[in-house]
Design a protein around this ligand. Structure first.
Ligand code: FAD
Ligand code: FES
Length: 349
């Protein structure tokens, strides 16, 4: 039997056959931040204090040689090889807070429709027990039997009576799974999802003012967090969603946001267009607009979701504007296509 021991709590978890370290933590409800689940983003980086593990194939930019030398590993790909693995994770009284993820949750696609020219919405209904999740988390979707790799997709809604899971998927040119979702998947099809995963959770109606920044289908987890705040009674502090789209036809959910604006004085939604002029509104990339719109973020909580470049640029700017790092929450939609392994022919030139 293999054991993971968490430092400083000393809490021990039993490892199941073939499980990654992240998998063991999640199965027990512990929230180690993770993003790509494929060794590409570095989000699940953790210090290993003792014991051995097989790191598997990960990107150098996610785990540098110096990191490795200092004992860090990427827990989404790390498989323990020694009887005990001691990792630096959690607090003295480490307590689980997530729902353990489930594998192979069979669902039917009950609805599929375009949200914008490049974003399609899927509504999935599990055939068995409802999937329990926290707003802001994500699932993976693919079709192993058809060779379609599983990719991460944020849940755009909140737990509901129909147990439906809403996903909003952007078509990525030459992207294997997103193209399959757009072009092949049909209403009435059976699909298999896994999850929930991720730690982009929180309460955008908290005691501080909130700023949410999203680009493209990065609006999905923000919608989930916003709906949860609405259900809890609305926004007692100012809450603003700033959305970035290339063109006007890529802006969606304007009806819901108009309703929230009319209902809650504290709520605001604005969008900017990056590839066309937005008459009377914002034009240009959000990181460039932020200093004028929010010159002082020191009292705010900020949630950012979307493409990795967008998230990183916005996060950097928000920190420059005084946002305390502890109140920065990010979900970068990092690509999960693994590092390419050169063929023996290519290696030999
Ligand atoms: C935590 C998390 C949550 C996510 N949530 C969502 C979501 O709600 N909706 C959603 O649409 N996507 C989401 N993604 C992204 C998603 O998981 C896939 O990466 C995306 O759908 C591309 O997969 P693919 O198989 O189609 O492309 P791949 O076959 O993986 O990639 C094809 C090529 O496109 C590039 N590429 C991959 N993704 C992008 C991109 N976004 N923009 C530009 N080029 C890209 C790759 O580098 C590669 O060269 C999320 C990712 C993460 C990590
Ligand atoms: S490197 Fe582990 S979650 Fe991305």
């Amino acid at each position: 039997m293999k054991i993971i021991r968490m430092h400083p709590s000393g809490k021990e978890l039993t490892v199941e056959e073939g499980e990654s370290v992240l998998g063991t933590l999640e199965r027990n409800g512990f929230a180690l931040p993770n993003n790509c689940r494929a060794g590409a983003c570095g989000e699940c980086r953790c210090k290993v204090l003792s014991g051995d593990f097989d790191q598997g194939l990960v990107m150098d930019m996610a785990l540098s040689e110096e990191d490795r030398a200092e004992g860090y590993g990427l827990m989404c790909m790390a498989k323990q090889t020694s009887a005990v693995l001691e990792i630096e994770f959690g607090t003295e009284d480490a307590k689980p807070k997530l729902f353990p993820p489930r594998e192979n949750v069979y669902c039917v696609v009950v609805d599929k429709f375009p949200r914008t020219p490049s974003i399609v919405e899927l509504r999935l209904r599990p055939l068995g027990a409802p999937l329990r999740f926290w707003p802001g988390q994500y699932v993976t979707l693919g079709d192993r039997s058809a060779g379609i790799p599983e990719r991460c997709y944020s849940i755009a809604n909140i737990p509901n009576r129909e147990n439906e899971i809403v996903l909003q998927v952007t078509r990525v040119p030459e992207g294997v799974t997103s193209t399959w979702i757009h072009d092949t998947l049909r209403e009435g099809d059976n699909v298999v999802i896994n999850g929930p995963y991720g730690t982009f959770i929180g309460d955008p109606s908290v005691e501080t003012p909130v700023l949410c920044l999203a680009s493209g289908s990065g609006l999905a987890p923000i919608l989930s967090l916003t709906s949860a705040a609405f259900l809890r009674g609305g926004f007692r502090q100012p809450a603003t969603i700033l959305y970035s789209a290339r063109s006007r036809d890529e802006v969606y959910e304007t009806g819901l946001f108009a309703y929230l604006k009319a209902r809650f004085r504290m709520f605001n939604f604005r969008y900017t267009l990056t590839r066309e002029v937005n008459p009377g509104g914002l034009t240009g990339r959000l990181p460039g607009l932020l200093p004028e719109l929010f010159p002082d973020l020191s009292g705010y909580s900020v949630y950012i979701a979307g493409s990795p470049g967008f998230v990183d640029d916005c996060a950097e700017r928000a920190l420059d504007l005084g946002l305390p790092p502890i109140r920065l929450h990010k979900e970068g939609f990092v690509a999960q296509r693994g590092p390419e392994i050169p063929s023996p022919e290519r290696l030999m030139g």
